[in-house]
Design a protein around this ligand. Structure first.
Ligand code: C2O
Length: 523
C-alpha cells in the first residue's frame, strides 16, 4: 500500500496505534530484498492486548554465537529457515521474515513523514530493542516447535577473538548477501576493543550510558554511549568494513528492486546492516542487538552505575508487536527490565564460555558529601548548523575558575557529573557518521590513541536514503577522572572533533552539522 493512500484511509491515529507510541510509521512489500521507502506499517488489527508471558517455559540461556555446539547451530539455522519459509508460504503472515525485519524500519527515523517517531537516539533504545528481540525469539521458537530455543549473541567485546564476523552467519539461512565484511575482518579496536568498552561500560549516568529523554516534537534525540559506539559502528562495519570491494561509501541500490531514489552517488551508508531501514534484514542484526542487550544487564548490575530510569513515563511505555501466535500485543518497559527478565522473558545471558572477556572496572562508589560548585554550562561553540567537515577541527573557550575547580574535584573522585554535550547534530538520511571526540588535545586526529583526552565516539547509522527526514541527535559524554585531571591543568577547554570512516580513513563527504558544544553539570 502506498503511504499517501495509507494515511488517507487510516489516518495517523491508526498508525500511532499500530506502533504503540504517540505517532508513528509503516508497511512495505513482503518478499525478496526490500528497500523500504516510507516504512509505513499496515493498519493495526485493533487494540493491542497486554502480552501473556508463558511462564511454564523453562528459563534457558542465550549463549554467545561462538559457544553454540553443532546441534544449536543447526537449530538456529532451522529457525531462520522456517521464518524465511513462512514469508514464502504465507506472505501476509505478519510473523514472516521480511515483515519482521520491517518492524525495525517502521520504528526508525524518518520512516514516515511527517512523523518524528524514533526508537533510536534516546531512552527507548534499550527497552524497545529488548522487546523486539523477545518477540522475534518466541516466533522463531514457535516455528520450529521448540520452546527452549533462544537467540545467540555476538560478543564483539570479547576482543579480538570474537570480534571477527562470526562464520555461523555466513551459512544457509543466516547468510545475507547484502553485507560488506570480508572473512577475517576484525572490528576496529576503537569500536569494541577493551579501551573503548571499559569507558562505555564505566559510564555512571543513566542518560550518558543508555540515552536521554527523547522529545520528538522538538527534535531532541539524545543518544547514549552504548548506542553511539559500539552499537552504531558495528552496524556500519558489518555493512562495509572498508577492506573489501565496497570501500566504505557504498549504499543501495538493491538489485531487482524498483529504486525510488535512482541517484545514490551521495549515499554514505552501506547495505543491510549499515542502514537502519534495512538492518534487520540481516539475521546478524539480532545477534548484534542481543549483545547490546546483554551488556545493558551487565551495566545495570555494575556497582556504581546509576541504573535504569525510574520515571513512570518510561516504565509504562507500551510497544506493540505481533507475537508468536500472530496476536497483536503490547509489552511495557517495566515488563522487560533486568529484574523481570527471567520471570517474564524466560532467558538468562550465559557469559562467553570459551574465552574470558576483558574485565570491566567497577565504578568507584560516590563519595558522600562531595559536591561540585554550581556553575553555568560552559559554551565552547554555539553557531547553529556548523559544518563538521571531513578533517579534524578544534574549538576552544577560556576555562573559568569555577569549572577548573570542579574538574579538580572530579579528578579527585567527586561524582561523575560533568558532561560534554554536542547538541543538534544533524545529517541527511542517506549518510552515516562517525565522530571521535577529544578534549584538551587540540592536535587530536584519526590516529590518536584512546587516552585521557578521548571522551567518546558519536555515530549515526544512515536511516535510509528514501527517508525524507534529516536525522537529528544530541551527543553526551561523561567526563572521567583522568580526563578532568588533564583539563584542570589547562587554561582553555578545547574540544576536537575528528570525523572518520569505519576503516580509519578520511570521510569522502560529510554533511554533518551541529548547533552547540558545551560542558555542563548533571543534576
Ligand atoms: Cu534499531 Cu541497531 O538499531
Amino acid at each position: 500500500m502506498d503511504r499517501r493512500r495509507f494515511i488517507a484511509t487510516f489516518g495517523t491515529g491508526a498508525v500511532a496505534a499500530f506502533l504503540g507510541l504517540n505517532s508513528r510509521p509503516l508497511w512495505a512489500q513482503t518478499t525478496g530484498h526490500e528497500l523500504p521507502v516510507d516504512c509505513s506499517p499496515p493498519p493495526p488489527p485493533g487494540a493491542a492486548k497486554h502480552i501473556t508471558f508463558d511462564t511454564s517455559i523453562n528459563v534457558a540461556p542465550r549463549k554467545s554465537i561462538w559457544d553454540l555446539d553443532a546441534t544449536e547451530v543447526t537449530r538456529l539455522q532451522n529457525a531462520y529457515q522456517a521464518l524465511r519459509n513462512l514469508q514464502t508460504t504465507n506472505p501476509s503472515d505478519p510473523r514472516g521474515w521480511m515483515q519482521q525485519a520491517n518492524v525495525h524500519c517502521y520504528n526508525c527515523s524518518g520512516g514516515y513523514d511527517p512523523s518524528s517517531y524514533e526508537i533510536h537516539g534516546g531512552w527507548w533504545f534499550m527497552p524497545w530493542h529488548r522487546c523486539y528481540l523477545y518477540v522475534h525469539e518466541r516466533i522463531l521458537a514457535n516455528l520450529i516447535g521448540d520452546p527452549s530455543f533462544r537467540l545467540a549473541y555476538w560478543d564483539w567485546d570479547t576482543y579480538p577473538t570474537h570480534a571477527t564476523f562470526p562464520p555461523t552467519f555466513t551459512q544457509g539461512s543466516l547468510y545475507d548477501q547484502y553485507r560488506g565484511t570480508q572473512p577475517g575482518d576484525i572490528i576496529p579496536p576503537g569500536v569494541s576493543g577493551p579501551a573503548n568498552m571499559s569507558i562505555v561500560m564505566g559510564t555512571q549516568g543513566t542518560a550518558a550510558y543508555m540515552g536521554g529523554v527523547s522529545d520528538p516534537p522538538h527534535g531532541v534525540f539524545p543518544a547514549g554511549a552504548m548506542e553511539s559506539n559500539p552499537h552504531g559502528p558495528v552496524h556500519i562495519w558489518t555493512g562495509d568494513s572498508g577492506t573489501g570491494a565496497l570501500q566504505a561509501g557504498c549504499f543501495y541500490p538493491y538489485p531487482n528492486q524498483t529504486d525510488p531514489v535512482k541517484d545514490h552517488s551521495q549515499d554514505v551508508g552501506c547495505l543491510d546492516m549499515g542502514v537502519l531501514a534495512t538492518a534487520a534484514q540481516d539475521p546478524v542484526f539480532f545477534a548484534h542487538h542481543s549483545n547490546i542487550d546483554r551488556l545493558w544487564d551487565v551495566w545495570v548490575n555494575t556497582p556504581g552505575s546509576q541504573g535504569n530510569y525510574t520515571d513512570s513515563s518510561w516504565l509504562t511505555q507500551q510497544f506493540n508487536f505481533y507475537d508468536e501466535n500472530g496476536d497483536w500485543v503490547y509489552l511495557t518497559v517495566a515488563d522487560v527490565l533486568a529484574a523481570n527478565e527471567q520471570d517474564n522473558l524466560r532467558y538468562a545471558y550465559q557469559p562467553p564460555q570459551t574465552v574470558t572477556p576483558p574485565k570491566m572496572a567497577a565504578l568507584p562508589p560516590v563519595p558522600k558529601g562531595v559536591k561540585l560548585k554550581p556553575a553555568k554550562p560552559l559554551t565552547v561553540a554555539a553557531q547553529a548548523a556548523t559544518k563538521v567537515g571531513t578533517k579534524p577541527k578544534a574549538v576552544s573557550v577560556a576555562l573559568p575558575a569555577v569549572h577548573r575547580s570542579n574538574l579538580k574535584m572530579l579528578a579527585a573522585g567527586a561524582p561523575r557529573l560533568l558532561e560534554l554535550h554536542i547538541d543538534g547534530l544533524k545529517l541527511p538520511p542517506n549518510e552515516s557518521a562517525i565522530l571521535k571526540v577529544y578534549v584538551g588535545n587540540p592536535k587530536a586526529n584519526r590516529a590518536s590513541a584512546i587516552d585521557a583526552s578521548f571522551v567518546g565516539t558519536f555515530s549515526v547509522v544512515a536511516s535510509g536514503s528514501p527517508h525524507r527526514h534529516a536525522v537529528v541527535r544530541n551527543a553526551v559524554f561523561e567526563l572521567r577522572p583522568e580526563t578532568a585531571a588533564l583539563l584542570a591543568k589547562q587554561t582553555k577547554l578545547t574540544v576536537t572533533l575528528v570525523p572518520t570512516r569505519i576503516n580509519g580513513s578520511e570521510p569522502k563527504v560529510s554533511n554533518l552539522t551541529y548547533d552547540r558544544i558545551y560542558l555542563s553539570q548533571r543534576q
